[in-house]
Design a protein around this ligand. Structure first.
Ligand code: SF4
Length: 498
C-alpha cells in the first residue's frame, strides 16, 4: 500500500492515524509505489494551488493502476469533503473516498476491515520522508472508539447563521465531520524520531471570510484533556522529546469542555512530563493570547519561547472585511505584552495579500506594521478566491499581478528585517536539536533551536562538530551561532549530546 500525505501538519496527523489503523490491520510498507497494491492520497483543499497539487498527485498515482501493481486507489482528506462525488466521476480510477470525519473508513476502503485480511505492501511518500514503525505501535489496543464531539455556543450560533453550510457545494455531503482521534487510536509517526505533532482540537468556529476550513473540517471541538495528556505520555515513552500541539485554533482549546484558559492548563500538565524537552503550540488566534497563557510559557523551561500567531493583515478596514477584527494598533500592543511577559520569545506570523478591497493604503499600513512589529518569522500567502468562502462574493478583487508584486515586496522587506535580527544571534550559545545531514550537502548538518518550529522556519546549518566525530540525529547539543544569513544561521557544536 502506498500513502501520500499532502498539506499541513494537521492533515499529516490524519494521515498518521489512517496509516496507524492500516498498520494495525496488517498492512506493510515499501518504499516503491510501483510495488504497492493500494495507493492512498490524503489531499489538501485549502486553496487553489493545494487543490491542483492534490488532483495532480491523484492522477500520477492513477497511472500506477495501469503500469504498476496498484489495484486500488483511495482518495482521502479535504478534497473529499469538498468534491466527494465529483472525484470518482471525473477520475474513474479512484475506487473509494474517505472524508476527514471518517478516518476509520480507510480500513474498509482498503479492504482491510476484518482483522484476518491479508497484509499488503505499504509505501509512504510524504514530504517528511519515509515513515518507520516505532516500538509499541503494533501492540496498541485492538479497538478504537472515537471521542464524542462537543460544541461551543459560538459554533452553534455560527451554524445557525450558515457558516458551515455546504448547500451550494455540488457533490459534497451535507454532514459535517465530527470525528476526533484519541489516545487509543494507533498512529504511525512519520516525523523524525524525536518529534511529533499532537492534534488537540479539530474544526473551527471563526468566521474568517477567506477561509473554507470550517466548511471542510466542521465545528470546533477539543479532544479530552486526559486523552491529550495520555497521548503525550505515550509519545515521550516512545522516545519523542519534542511535541508540537496543533489544531485550527489551539488557543480555543477546552472552551467546549467548559475550561477557562484550557491551553494554558494543558501546557502546564504536559510540561510536567519527564523527558519532554520541547513543547510548543502553533496557530494562536490573536485575541486569545491571555496573560495566563503567556505566564505559562514563561514559567516552564521546556515550553519553547515561541509563538505562532497568524494575523492575516494589519489594516483595520481589511480585517473587518475578513471578519477578524482588530488592526495594527491592537496587534502592536499584544506583541508588546507578549515580549514583556516572555523575554526573547520568537514570533511567527502570516499575512494574506490581495484580499478583495485591499487598497494601496491598506497595503502601505501592512508594510509599516511589519517594520514596527519585527517578526522573527513571517509567511505571506496570496489571496485565493475560494468558492464557498464569504470573500468569494466580495467586490473589488485585486488583480493577480498586483497580488504577486505585493507578496514580493513583503518578502523583501522581511528579508532585511530578518537579516538584521539574525545577526544579533551571532555569538549566542543555544540548545540545538540535530536533525541530520543537510539536503543541500553532506558536509553540513541541519538542526533547530527552540525558536524554530519543525519544517516552517529558517534553518540552522552545523558546519563544526567541535570535539565530536559526528552527531546523532534526534539528539540535543549546546551550540554557538557563528554566522548569520538572511533567514538561516550557522552553528558550531560546543558540547553534548545533552
Ligand atoms: S481561524 Fe480563520 S483562518 Fe483559521 S481556520 Fe478558522 S476560519 Fe480559517
Amino acid at each position: 500500500m502506498g500513502f501520500i500525505s499532502l498539506g499541513c501538519p494537521k492533515n499529516l496527523v490524519d494521515s498518521e492515524v489512517m496509516m496507524g489503523l492500516l498498520d494495525r490491520a496488517g498492512a506493510r510498507l515499501t518504499a516503491h509505489p510501483e510495488e504497492a497494491e493500494i495507493l492512498i492520497v490524503n489531499t489538501c483543499s485549502f486553496i487553489d494551488t493545494a487543490k491542483q497539487e492534490s488532483v495532480d498527485t491523484i492522477l500520477e498515482m492513477a497511472r500506477h493502476k495501469t503500469s504498476g501493481s496498484a489495484k486500488r486507489l483511495i482518495v482521502a482528506g479535504c478534497l473529499v469533503e469538498r468534491y466527494r462525488d465529483e472525484i470518482q466521476k471525473s477520475i474513474p480510477e479512484v475506487d473509494a473516498v474517505v472524508g476527514t470525519g471518517e478516518l476509520e473508513a480507510i480500513l474498509e476502503a482498503a479492504g482491510l476491515a476484518t482483522p484476518t485480511a491479508a497484509p499488503s505492501l505499504f509505501n509512504i511518500l510524504s514530504g517528511s520522508g519515509q515513515a518507520e514503525v516505532r516500538p509499541g505501535q503494533e501492540s496498541r489496543a485492538a479497538t478504537h472508539k472515537a471521542e464524542v464531539a462537543n460544541s461551543r455556543a459560538e459554533g452553534d450560533l455560527r451554524e445557525q447563521q450558515g457558516r458551515f453550510r455546504r448547500d451550494d457545494w455540488q457533490g459534497a455531503t451535507h454532514l459535517l465531520p465530527t470525528y476526533l482521534y484519541d489516545e487509543t487510536t494507533p498512529r504511525f509517526l512519520t516525523t523524525p524520531r524525536s518529534s511529533a505533532y499532537i492534534k488537540i482540537a479539530e474544526g473551527c468556529d471563526h468566521p474568517c471570510t477567506f477561509c473554507v476550513i470550517p466548511n471542510l473540517r466542521g465545528k470546533f471541538r477539543s479532544r479530552r484533556f486526559e486523552s491529550v495528556v495520555a497521548e503525550a505520555q505515550q509519545l515521550v515513552a516512545r522516545g519523542v522529546q519534542e511535541i508540537t500541539l496543533i489544531g485550527q485554533d489551539t488557543t480555543c482549546y477546552g472552551e467546549d469542555l467548559g475550561l477557562k484558559d484550557g491551553l494554558a492548563l494543558l501546557l502546564d500538565a504536559l510540561a510536567g512530563i519527564e523527558g519532554l524537552r520541547w513543547l510548543r503550540f502553533l496557530y494562536a488566534y490573536p485575541n486569545r493570547i491571555t496573560t495566563r497563557l503567556l505566564e505559562t510559557i514563561a514559567r516552564h523551561d521546556n515550553i519553547c519561547k515561541y509563538l505562532d500567531v497568524p494575523l492575516q493583515h494589519a489594516s483595520p478596514d481589511l480585517l473587518k472585511r475578513m471578519k477578524r477584527g482588530a488592526g495594527a494598533g491592537i496587534f502592536l500592543k499584544t506583541l508588546d505584552k507578549v515580549r514583556a511577559a516572555v523575554p526573547g520569545i520568537a514570533l511567527r506570523t502570516s499575512f494574506i495579500v490581495g484580499f478583495p478591497g485591499e487598497s494601496s493604503s491598506d497595503f502601505a499600513l501592512l508594510e509599516e506594521f511589519i517594520q514596527e512589529a519585527r517578526f522573527d518569522w513571517l509567511g505571506v500567502f496570496n489571496y485565493s478566491d475560494e468558492e464557498g468562502s464569504g470573500a468569494f462574493s466580495l467586490d473589488a478583487k485585486v488583480p493577480k499581478r498586483t497580488i504577486e508584486a505585493r507578496k514580493r515586496r513583503l518578502m523583501k522587506l522581511q528579508q532585511s528585517i530578518s537579516k538584521r535580527a539574525k545577526q544579533q544571534w551571532v555569538g549566542r550559545e543555544l540548545v540545538l536539536l540535530a536533525e541530520g545531514e543537510s539536503d543541500e550537502t553532506p558536509l553540513l548538518w541541519e538542526g533547530r533551536t527552540q525558536f524554530h518550529a519543525p519544517e516552517i522556519d529558517g534553518k540552522v546549518y552545523i558546519n563544526d562538530f567541535g570535539d565530536l566525530e559526528t552527531l546523532e540525529p534526534g539528539r540535543f547539543y549546546n551550540a554557538e551561532i557563528t554566522e548569520a544569513h538572511e533567514y538561516d544561521v550557522v552553528a558550531r557544536v560546543v558540547s553534548g549530546p545533552l
